[in-house]
Design a protein around this ligand. Structure first.
Ligand SMILES: *Cc1c(COP(=O)(O)O)cnc(C)c1O
Length: 360
């Protein structure tokens, strides 16, 4: 039976990448050992490190005025590292609220400085991202932060907020490289690797060089962006395995049509699953409003929690793994990251229609 991996993160990786990793694990390029057994200062790892940065910049269409840093600690560490580096005592930072991850980002920033809710859809269940007219930005904030895709609620921005010259920062953990984006409008983008880019363990930070001034004096070396920028992410031992796989995934994205190719794939897959929701005459209720529907995480409810449990276990019996919603919100969540192909979405949509027929 085919296994369809709908896990939210860590998540599915491209089959061809896993095959290459498998093949290279006992002997990387004739060296008689794997890449994870070599120095991070070897010329082999150096080549991966340089290529991964170049591939990321090329995919995003960014020029040399940006740096790509490979860190550890996950996106959750960025919730703190961003304000520690970029939010001075007398400044304010604006946060746009759209779901559980933007909630966490704001809460963490408030430990370090003045960070405020600058517009959003709070009130609990986050069915949509804020509309442009709901944003109330400060005059002169250190930055404006938002979460491009809310992995738990399954809501995604279909626009880039207009911030009129203010610095824009985005947590793109769960939709980075899933569609073309005007990346030059951002001063900083961060993402944990384990949704769309590779294994857990690496965190990607893409930052405009002109924002990489000196960090506050009392900031630990390992929490300064400048440490990683100055040392090409090799100040200390980087997460070599995660960066190695991430580089292969970026190569795969390039071969599969780049970000435009990813967007076509992702629209087709999400379209299949949302169509199954919309055709079910109310048996499935999508969580997100139409214009905030995520292409990455499709969230929906069934008429009762017991039916949701039966749905998830029946799906599992059909090889479909990882469909239970996040423990904080319940329901069903189908994560359709880049590496999932249309067959998986097609199988899920067909299963959903069958299940609705026999349980509706
Ligand atoms: C998963 C996720 C995080 C947390 O990532 P970690 O790497 O586990 O810290 C933050 N933001 C978003 C949007 C996520 O999807």
């Amino acid at each position: 039976m085919t296994t369809y991996n709908f896990n939210a993160g860590p998540a599915i990786l491209p089959r061809v990448v896993l095959e290459q990793v498998h093949a290279e694990l006992l002997d990387y390029q004739g060296r008689g050992m794997s890449i994870i057994e070599m120095s991070h200062r070897s010329k082999e790892y150096e080549a991966i490190n340089v290529r991964a940065e170049a591939r990321m910049l090329a995919l995003l269409g960014l020029e040399s005025s940006y740096r790509v840093l490979f860190l550890q600690g996950g996106a959750s560490t960025q919730f703190a590292m961003l304000p520690m580096n970029m939010l001075a005592a007398e400044q304010t930072a604006d946060y746009l609220m759209s779901g559980a991850w933007s909630d966490k980002a704001l809460e963490e920033a408030q430990r370090f400085g003045r960070a405020r809710d600058a517009g959003g859809t709070a009130g609990g269940d986050y069915r949509r991202v804020p509309r442009p007219e709901q944003l109330h930005l400060s005059e002169n904030p250190a930055y404006v932060h938002y979460t491009t895709n809310e992995t738990i609620q399954g809501v995604q921005y279909q626009y880039i907020p207009e911030v009129g010259g203010r610095r824009l920062v985005a947590d793109m953990s769960s939709d980075i490289c899933s569609r073309p984006i005007d990346a030059g409008r951002f001063s900083l983008i961060y993402a944990g690797a384990q949704k769309n880019l590779g294994p857990a363990g690496a965190t990607v930070v893409i930052v405009r060089e002109d924002w990489l001034g000196e960090a506050p004096r009392d900031l630990p070396v390992m929490l300064r962006y400048s440490t990683f920028a100055k040392n090409n992410s090799l100040y200390n031992t980087p997460p070599v395995f995660a960066v190695y796989v991430l580089d292969l995934v970026l190569g795969w994205i390039g071969d599969a049509g780049g970000l435009a190719g990813m967007e076509r794939r992702n629209q087709e897959k999400a379209g299949l699953v949302y169509a199954a929701i919309d055709q079910s005459e109310g048996f499935y209720r999508g969580h997100a409003d139409q214009d905030s529907r995520s292409l990455m995480n499709v969230t929906f409810r069934l008429p009762s929690e017991s039916l949701e449990q039966r749905f998830a276990s029946a799906a599992l019996a059909h090889g479909m793994v990882g469909l239970a919603g996040h423990r904080s919100v319940g329901g069903i969540r189908a994560s359709l990251y880049n590496a999932m192909d249309a067959d998986g979405a097609r199988a899920l949509a067909a299963f959903m229609l069958d299940f609705a027929d026999s349980n509706g």
